[in-house]
Write a protein that binds this ligand. Structure first.
Ligand code: GUN
Length: 302
């Protein structure tokens, strides 16, 4: 039987509707408007596209939003000063520095300069530590992993006691999603394995998974025979494998492929995310959710 397709596009739209109502309510009752700044350095086309999407969504939800574009040759010192300016701006509740940064800038130094209370990306070591500790310590969850958990929960997939196998150990997806799924509580409490480029037999681990989360950045890495029949497959890979003409706009657009061979996998899995339209739309939505939470915390709203 073909798998249920988990639509990130639909679930993200649902969450955005919920957030829109929440934003209108805190504006009306408390006069609070969530503020988000996205800082973009240089002209990397993928980064421009991500940041444009984030700003468009922020505006749709009724945020105060600032797109701060800076030239490729901005110095590290100037960028640190800019981050400090937004740390001290009470109308801003979320600061996002779009990655990657140019080579002459120390990424770690910049991410560490963001006020942890405004770190809606959840990249600051303080927030990474809070996530690891769990038990309600975390103010924010990192956006892509939080989106993955929402997809699983809202699709009615049981996580408690489930075997979760995560392919990839990045700081943005692999490590934090493994951490989230092993915490006690709703949408987690799983038995988690992380596999990576040093793992001896990837296939045998993947075959054990009730929930397989793939964030390797290798197009088509996971073969259909690695998938346990009836399992849930979350494909985080967004690999640009070429270009095609868009029927809507007539412009050239990237062809995106996931880390999983989707057409074959959907005949074996019980539920699966497509690429595009799976995890992707959730990332921006969770960024908005974090910014609303940050605004509420700053204003002492429960
Ligand atoms: N570049 C690619 N993904 C991300 C993300 O989630 N946050 C930031 N700040 N930069 C990125």
């Amino acid at each position: 039987m073909a798998a249920k397709i988990i639509s990130g596009t639909e679930i993200a739209a649902q969450i955005r509707e919920e957030l829109k109502k929440e934003v209108a309510e805190i504006k009306e009752k408390h006069g609070v408007v969530p503020g988000l700044v996205t800082i973009l350095i240089g002209e990397n086309p993928a980064s421009i596209s991500y940041v444009t999407g984030k700003q468009k969504t922020a505006k749709e939800l009724g945020f105060h939003s600032i797109q701060d574009n800076q030239p490729e040759n901005i110095s590290e010192e100037e960028l640190l000063r800019l981050v400090e300016k937004y740390n001290n701006d009470p109308t801003i509740h979320g600061i996002l520095v779009q990655l990657p940064l140019p080579k002459h800038i120390n990424e770690k130094k910049v991410l560490n300069a963001v006020d942890p209370d405004k770190d809606v990306d959840c990249f600051h070591p303080v927030n990474v530590g809070r996530l690891m500790i769990g038990g309600g310590e975390a103010k924010f969850l990192p956006c892509t992993p939080a989106g993955i958990q929402e997809l699983i929960v809202r699709s009615g997939i049981e996580t408690s006691g489930a075997e979760v196998v995560v392919v990839g150990r990045s700081n943005i997806v692999g490590k934090p999603i493994a951490n989230i799924m092993l915490q006690k509580g709703r949408g987690a409490n799983s038995t988690v394995t992380i596999v990576h480029t040093g793992t001896k037999d990837l296939a045998s681990h993947c075959r054990r998974a009730d929930i397989l989360i793939v964030a390797a950045g290798v197009p088509g890495l996971v073969k259909p025979e690695w998938i346990r029949p009836g399992s849930c497959v979350i494909d985080v890979g967004v690999n640009r494998v070429g270009e095609k003409m868009s029927e809507k706009t007539g412009k050239m657009v990237p062809i995106l492929k996931g880390d999983v061979d989707f057409d074959a996998a959907k005949e074996i899995a019980g539920a699966i995310t497509p690429v595009p339209g799976g995890v992707g739309p959730m990332t921006i939505t969770m960024l908005m959710k974090n910014t609303v939470k940050s605004a509420k915390l700053a204003a002492g709203i429960k």
